[in-house]
Design a protein around this ligand. Structure first.
Ligand SMILES: O=C(CO)[C@H](O)[C@H](O)COP(=O)(O)O
Length: 232
């Protein structure tokens, strides 16, 4: 089974949790897109759901495939959100934001009664941090914010490069009009402490540590589908 097939299988397994009439948060990224494609087939067969997409990219895909969408302003409380992840630890804490949609993804996940994460098994880790942590920052004061992040991380014993994300030689701009710094700390033993430290910096809009938000993770691997619940 290749990585794409695994993503499709995880997405297919998540469909079992989708019920008629649900208000559904819909994530961003290649795995979430496989979910949208499968969801669209169910919608064509008569399933009625309203999606709240976590990015303009996902919104376009939903519209192209005939999945009805709305916004959090119209539907401030959601039944379920389904999204991918860049890393999943044993407590089902996540790193997200590889696709640059972390702010809307976290808002949507928090507005949902449940968050189901779908992924292939390469995303499972013992400790978060091998994947560079995306930190969404305001454009104003970018250099100062970067220095403040570096200093806050160093106080927690975390070092590594903090790079401005770019796309086609231009700074990557999020749907919210912000920029992203990707922090390569290598290993984040205390993700709660890092989260608190980052939120204390005024230029930080959001970060990609999703802590205590996941209800279940559906992970597809060589041995089939695993359904994980938070440990401890
Ligand atoms: O957080 C995300 C986007 O901001 C994605 O969920 C994450 O990057 C995983 O993407 P993929 O399913 O393509 O591996």
């Amino acid at each position: 089974m290749d990585a794409t097939t695994r993503k499709i299988e995880a997405a297919r397994a998540a469909l079992a949790y989708v019920e008629d009439g649900m208000r559904l948060g819909i994530g961003t990224g290649s795995t979430a897109e496989e979910f949208v494609r499968l969801l669209a087939e169910k919608v064509a067969d008569g399933l009625s759901v309203t999606g709240v997409p976590t990015s303009e990219r996902t919104a376009r895909l939903c519209l192209d495939l005939g999945v009805k969408i709305s916004s959090l302003d119209e539907l401030p409380e959601l039944d379920l959100a389904i999204d991918g992840a860049d890393e999943i630890d044993p407590a089902l804490n996540l790193i997200k934001g590889g696709g640059g949609a972390l702010l809307r993804e976290k808002i949507v996940a928090t507005a949902s009664k449940k968050l189901i994460v779908i992924a292939d098994e390469s995303k499972k880790v013992e400790c978060l941090g091998a994947f560079p942590l995306p930190i969404e920052v305001n454009r104003f004061g970018l250099a100062s914010t970067r220095l403040a992040i570096e200093a806050a991380a160093a106080r927690l014993g975390l070092t590594g490069s903090i790079d401005l994300r770019s796309s086609r030689d231009e700074p990557f701009v999020t749907d919210g009009g912000h920029m992203i710094l990707d922090a390569s700390f290598g290993r984040i033993p205390d993700s709660r402490a890092l989260s608190t430290a980052l939120f204390a910096i005024p230029g930080v809009v959001e970060h990609g540590l999703f802590l205590g938000l996941t209800t279940i993770a559906i992970v597809a691997g060589e041995g089939g589908i695993e359904t994980l619940r938070p440990a401890g």
